[in-house]
Design a protein around this ligand. Structure first.
Ligand SMILES: C[C@@]1(CC(=O)O)c2cc3[nH]c(cc4nc(cc5[nH]c(cc(n2)[C@H]1CCC(=O)O)[C@@](C)(CC(=O)O)[C@@H]5CCC(=O)O)C(CC(=O)O)=C4CCC(=O)O)c(CCC(=O)O)c3CC(=O)O
Ligand SMILES: NC(=O)C1=CN([C@@H]2O[C@H](COP(=O)(O)OP(=O)(O)OC[C@H]3O[C@@H](n4cnc5c(N)ncnc54)[C@H](O)[C@@H]3O)[C@@H](O)[C@H]2O)C=CC1
Length: 218
């Protein structure tokens, strides 16, 4: 009862170079591994059998398949662990072998896991993650699907534009109040439309106008 009132703490992890161990090589393991592929993590898969898709990823340097049944030692160096076998007892053994400081996701045990994987929409630098804290993963997926049409592919380029312009403003405007004001104005819908329409010159002009306005008010 008390536990269910506790909130999870959402973060996004940088996993480059970190040791990740996935136990199991079935459909669910495949989905979890897929989401890890572009993170730069060193992915170790422990399973006597792996799907054809998982095997097709082995050509990528950062994924190792240990064709074996799980043993406690397999996770000793892992930062992040996913127990994804179809055997509840095996998944529980993984949980028991993990240490309190390790991040562990047990695919059939939301209570035992210390993190969940949200449903995520990626648009370049933008990612939108939805979590229902295990209540309904299907709903999380449905909501993301709804958001996908509003936040469409154009957002990838738009985010690159925002990133570069924000860096420029941060470098060139030293006054914090002015900088914050400009960065707020940068979110004007017109910058999105001009990006979609590829009207880059007009977009630059609009930025210059905002910068000049700021100087006028000095
Ligand atoms: C707790 C959590 C732990 C974790 O795995 O992190 C968990 C647990 C379980 N999932 C189950 C079932 C399903 N999971 C999905 C799909 C996803 N599941 C994901 C996350 C999570 N699943 C975590 C909570 C996240 C949250 O609530 O926000 C997503 C978001 C991310 C991902 O996995 O990458 C991914 C969507 C990705 C996308 O957007 O495409 C579907 C739908 C489908 O496959 O199409 C179904 C069938 C429909 C249904 O059950 O709703 C079962 C029952 C198994 C059984 O009955 O045997 C359990 C175990 C239990 O509930 O006890
Ligand atoms: N969290 C989630 O998102 C979801 C979780 N599930 C749960 O995930 C479980 C796994 O489902 P699937 O991937 O579809 O099963 P699956 O049958 O496709 O794959 C199971 C994998 O576990 C491996 N395995 C079995 N014993 C092992 C051991 N001792 N050591 C290492 N590997 C071992 C098998 O070789 C196989 O590769 C289901 O039991 C279900 O409860 C199901 C749907 C979604």
């Amino acid at each position: 009862m008390g536990e269910s009132r506790l909130k999870n703490y959402p973060i996004t992890l940088k996993l480059a170079g970190k040791q990740v161990v996935v136990i199991g090589g079935g459909t669910v393991a495949e989905r979890k591994i897929h989401n890890l592929l572009d993170t730069g993590a060193v992915i170790n898969v422990i399973s006597p059998v792996a799907t054809a898709t998982i095997q097709s990823w082995l050509a990528t340097t950062k994924i190792n398949w240990k064709k074996k049944y799980f043993e406690d030692d397999d996770i000793k160096d892992a930062l992040l662990i996913v127990a994804a076998t179809n055997e509840r007892t095996v998944n529980q053994r993984v949980l028991k072998a993990s240490r309190p400081h390790q991040l562990i996701n047990v695919v059939d045990d939301p209570e035992g896991s210390n993190f969940f994987v949200p449903s995520t929409l990626h648009r370049g630098k933008l990612s939108i993650s939805v979590s229902t804290s295990g209540a309904s993963p299907g709903l999380a997926k449905k909501i993301v699907k709804e958001l996908a049409s509003k936040y469409d592919e154009d957002y990838e380029e738009y985010l690159d534009f925002l990133f570069e312009t924000r860096r420029f403003i941060q470098k060139n405007i030293s006054n914090l109040k002015e900088r914050t004001e400009l960065l707020t104005q940068l979110l004007d819908e017109r910058f999105l439309s001009l990006t979609i329409e590829q009207q880059y010159e007009k977009r630059d002009q609009l930025i210059n106008k905002l910068m000049l306005k700021r100087r006028d008010s000095e």
